[in-house]
Design a protein. Structure first.
Length: 303
């Protein structure tokens, strides 16, 4: 009877699908506490030309200090906002996108110490159900470069020629589909190290839903050998120079090829970014919003 009650409790609270995958050769963990609360700028910042960095071992700005490296929020134009919410496991960062087309709004971490070529990034993503009629969000893993630590450095959406191309290993985006305003279309970025063009594959609009919470896990292997990890009690193999994406305990798509980041380089940076978002009718109201919680990077020793 007690066992049945425990299983029911886990299902109700979402803890079954919230279990985080682990590598066979686990090495180090970078866990970020958004509820730590040691920033000096309060719980909300808003406006253009925002650029606040909190670095391990130094006095925090807006975001709490990370266990290593630096974390950043930034904006360019369009009056976006960042709000720290909650405490403990429920703590999160709410981001309202820019109302200016193409203007980047960033939450990033970089220069993470003890990074390896093999990492699993996990986080909880809450997609706000708002009045936005245009909404794009990008999620990137790679190596520290201007894309991750400079506010005005853009992401190459459909062409090469900028320095961000060789800093990206894994990337997916969520785009609002006007015909299905409560669902976000999921697409994965494709870019080989020799290609001239950047592409996006997939049109899945059944995974990410507005008004819902999603546990996301991205398993990346930039090494030259197969790496193994356990997810949901099952061992999985991940080929060299590739990555898997899981949402709420289910794998999305198949195996994705690593982008233009050179092989055997450590993955020590992440980025969550709004671009081309928050337009509603003729008046920009910064409606598009997400909340990020429980950010963790779990590294593996390379075999």
């Amino acid at each position: 009877m007690k066992k049945t009650l425990l299983i029911l409790s886990l299902l109700i609270n979402g803890s079954v699908w919230a279990q985080t995958g682990t590598w066979t050769n686990s090495s180090s963990i970078w866990g970020y506490n958004l509820g730590k609360g040691d920033g000096t700028l309060g719980k909300n910042v808003k406006g253009d030309e925002v650029h606040h960095v909190s670095t391990s071992g130094s006095k925090a700005a807006f975001l709490p200090t990370p266990p290593s490296g630096s974390v950043m929020i930034s904006s360019v134009t369009g009056t976006p906002s960042f709000t720290l919410m909650g405490s403990g496991d429920a703590a999160g960062l709410k981001i309202n996108g820019s109302s200016n087309n193409g203007s980047a709004v960033k939450f990033a971490g970089y220069d993470i110490q003890n990074a390896t070529q093999v990492v699993n990034m996990s986080f909880t993503l809450d997609l706000d159900k708002t009045s936005a009629t245009k909404e794009n969000w990008y999620f990137v893993l790679g190596r520290t470069a201007a894309l991750f630590n400079q506010p005005k450095m853009g992401l190459a959406i459909n062409r090469t020629g900028t320095s961000s191309n060789t800093s990206i290993f894994a990337c997916f985006r969520l785009i609002m589909d006007p015909t299905k305003p409560d669902n976000m279309r999921f697409q994965v970025r494709t870019h080989s190290d020799l290609a001239d063009e950047v592409g996006w594959t997939g049109t899945n609009a059944n995974v990410f839903k507005k008004g819902s919470s999603h546990k996301v896990e991205i398993f990346c292997n930039n090494s030259s050998a197969v790496q193994n990890y356990n997810m949901g009690g099952k061992e999985n193999s991940l080929d060299a120079r590739s990555y898997h994406i899981w949402v709420n305990g289910k794998q999305v798509g198949g195996i994705y090829a690593g982008n233009g980041m050179p092989a055997k380089r450590n993955i020590d940076a992440f980025l969550m970014m709004s671009r081309d978002a928050s337009m509603t009718g003729e008046t920009a109201d910064n409606a598009a919003a997400i909340t990020i919680k429980n950010v963790k990077l779990n590294y593996s020793a390379v075999k």
